[in-house]
Structure formats: C-alpha cells, structure tokens
Ligand binder design. Structure first.
Ligand code: PHB
Length: 396
C-alpha cells in the first residue's frame, strides 16, 4: 500500500483501488492504513524575495488553524511540506511537480504570485490534485480555466481593484494606473478601470515597469503632465513600501489610491508616507467580529506581529480544507463529496461572512480603508458581497 502511494503515476486512483480492495476483503489494511497515514499538505509559497513576508504570514495562519483543530483535519493528522517558490514564474511548473510527484502531496496550497500560480494550475489540473489558492489573484484560475479541484480563498485580481475604482470614480474624473507589468498588475488595472468608469470617471493612462523592479522615478516623473485627479496603483510587499515612500517624496498633487495590497502589512515601514492613502480590500483594521478578535490575538502571540490580509487568506484556505475533510471524514479520495462540501461552504472568516461562487472563488465584502496612524482603518464598504463574474467558467 505505501509503495503504491509513492508511485507518481495515477496515485489517486491507486489509493482508491486499494480502499475498495480492503473493504471487499474485510481485512483492516487498505482504509485503516490510509486513514492512519497523515494527510500531506504541500505549501508552495514565497519564503524569499519581495513577497517573502506574505508567504510567511499565510503559513503561520495555516498552522494556526490546524493547531486550533488539535493538529487534525477530518480526523487525519496533517503533515506539512514547504517549498520556497521565490515568486519565480519560470520555476513554477517544476516546483509544483516536485510537490505533487516526488512528495506525493494530497493537497497543494499555493501561491502568492499570479505568474507562478499558472505553473501550479497546469500541474494540479493534469494530476487532479486538490489545490487551494491562498493569494495569487490571476483571474483565469476561476474564469476560463476554472477546475473542479481548484478553489480560491483570497480574491481575483479584479475584485479589490474594482471596489477601489468604483469608490474613486464617484469622486474623481480622470485617473492614471501604475503597476508592475504582469498578470496581477494588468488584471487589477482592468478591475480599477471597470469600477472607475462605472463610478463616472475615465482612466486615461497606464504606466508600468517589470516585476519586481523598483525603478519608479521615470514613471513618477510623467505623472504631473498627465493632468489626472487621482492615481491608482497595484504594488505589494517590499515593492509597495518603496513605491509609497517615493510617491510621497515626489510631492505629486494627485492623491494615490489602489488595491489594498499597496498598504497591507507594510504600514510600519511606509511610515508617514502612507498617511491618508485610500485603498480597497477584503480586510482592514476595525472589523468587529468575534472570529477576527480571536484570530488576531492568536496570530500575534504566534507571529509576534499583527495579522494582515495574507494571514486571513491562509487561515481561510485551511478553514475551507477543514470543511471539506470533515464532510468526508478525512477520506480525501471521496472527491465528489469533498468538492461538494467545499463548494457549499459558508463560514465566518475574520474578514466577515464568506461563501464560494459557482466558479469556486470566494465571495466577500470589499472594504474601503484609509491609512490612519499605522492602521488601514475601514471607513465603509466599497462593494458588498462582491462575486467575481467568473466569465468563461463552465462549473455549475
Ligand atoms: C499576485 O501576483 O497575484 C499578487 C501578489 C501580491 C499581492 C496580490 C496579488 O499582494
């Protein structure tokens, strides 16, 4: 049995076959052994580079949820296997294969960077491995290329940027969008434009630089001549720290706003430069519910720093996995019932109530926040219970 589980090719069907055999012969080998084995959860996340802290917070929060469940999900012990993807898209497929084939993980939770996600997506679709996305927002994962074994507890790139665009479009007429030139930046830009136009304004210019470059000066120098009333941005992690500081130092008239990642988890190092910046995100400071209070307290004890949206997304990835595994009592091979329970999941996230859309994307409020004295203070709801359109997804 254990030899079969390690066989890389069609591991899942061999496990299923072994279970059936054991049941038929009434010998307590197959299921008994399979049930006793820990469930392998692969974490493919950035633990180095500009997104390192994002990957760490996701990991800490996943471990927090598992610990709160007594170390077991659906009655199964959990074995975590971590892999640093370095936010390098070129290594994405190979890294995902290492987890799925060499380490034979039962579930892959990953990742942060949209480009790397596409490598994971290819591998998990081909191998039918359960995948839960705890950050990367690349739209197609829950749109054209949606798959029954892929769920996301974070956002689509479109969602928070749409919320920001909607709020800003009601206040300003002309906007520019500035970002890294990769999927997350471009798709957020589209979300911002959709929202801004719906609010009544017009996005007249997009400025980009390569990921993860931080040579912002040539772009900032163009802004005064654009005649825009507001600038929207997508940057995150270390890049966001530097961008916000340089935007402030440039003394530009147009206020800065953006997808909430711009100021998320980075207000400390951004200091005064972030004061007053408005962003939209599915999390923020001041969300008053018992789950959030308990989550933040435990996270802080464990991590020695405050929780942020990345931590929440990791926690909810583990919550969703727990819901699925509890429904099938740890028998992850029972795909039909596992996915059914995960699709129907409605749970109390620290961010507020969440559910899953037909394309297996999280549905949640997008909050409007204002950076105030080191906090992303929630000042309103930019878009209530916002579901991604899921365009092109055939799951139903
Ligand atoms: C992404 O690449 O999808 C991404 C990365 C960092 C974020 C948000 C989205 O904070």
């Amino acid at each position: 049995m254990s030899r079969l589980i390690k066989t890389p090719v069609s591991r899942r069907s061999l496990i299923k076959g072994a279970g059936t055999l054991a049941a038929a012969s009434a010998v307590p080998t197959g299921w008994a052994i399979a049930q006793a084995k820990p469930l392998k959860v692969g974490l493919m996340l950035p633990y180095s580079g500009t997104f390192a802290k994002l990957g760490e917070n996701i990991t800490i929060a996943i471990e927090q949820l598992i610990a709160e469940k007594g170390g077991k999900l659906g009655g199964r012990d959990i074995q975590i296997i971590k892999l640093d993807d370095e936010s390098k898209p070129e290594n994405g497929p190979q890294n995902a294969e290492r987890l799925v084939k060499r380490d034979a993980v039962d579930v892959l939770i990953g990742t942060v960077h949209s480009g790397v996600q596409m490598g994971i997506h290819k591998v998990v679709r081909e191998s039918s491995t359960l995948c839960i996305v705890p950050n990367a927002g690349v739209n197609t994962v829950t749109r054209e290329q949606c798959a029954k074994n892929v769920f996301r507890t974070s956002f689509t790139n479109w969602q928070p940027a749409y919320g920001m665009g909607l709020a800003a479009g009601k206040k300003y007429k002309k906007a520019a969008w500035i970002t890294w030139d990769y999927a997350a930046g471009a798709e957020s830009g589209q979300g911002f434009k959709d929202g801004f136009e719906k609010g009544g304004g017009q996005v007249t210019k997009t400025l980009t630089l390569k990921f993860p470059e931080t040579n912002f000066q040539p772009l900032l120098a163009q802004i005064p001549d654009l005649g825009v009333d507001v600038v929207g941005a997508f940057f995150a992690g270390g890049g966001a720290v530097q961008f916000v500081k340089e935007y402030k130092a440039a003394g530009l008239k147009a206020p800065l706003c953006g997808s909430g990642f711009l100021t998320e988890g980075v207000l400390g190092p951004q200091g005064d430069a972030a004061e007053g910046i408005e962003t939209a995100l599915h999390y923020g400071d001041g969300i008053d519910n018992p789950q959030n209070a308990a989550f933040r307290k435990t996270f802080k004890e464990k991590a020695q720093r405050d929780a942020d949206v990345y931590a929440v997304q990791g926690y909810d990835a583990a919550q969703l996995l727990a819901i699925g595994l509890e429904a099938v009592k740890g028998k992850i091979e029972d795909e039909a019932n596992l996915y059914k329970a995960m699709r129907a999941a409605k749970f109390a996230s620290p961010r507020g109530p969440v559910s899953m859309s037909p394309s297996q994307e999280v549905v949640h409020h997008i909050y409007l926040r204002r950076a105030t004295k080191g906090e992303n203070k929630v000042v309103g709801i930019a878009a209530a219970s916002l579901s991604d359109p899921g365009t092109g997804c055939k799951l139903s």
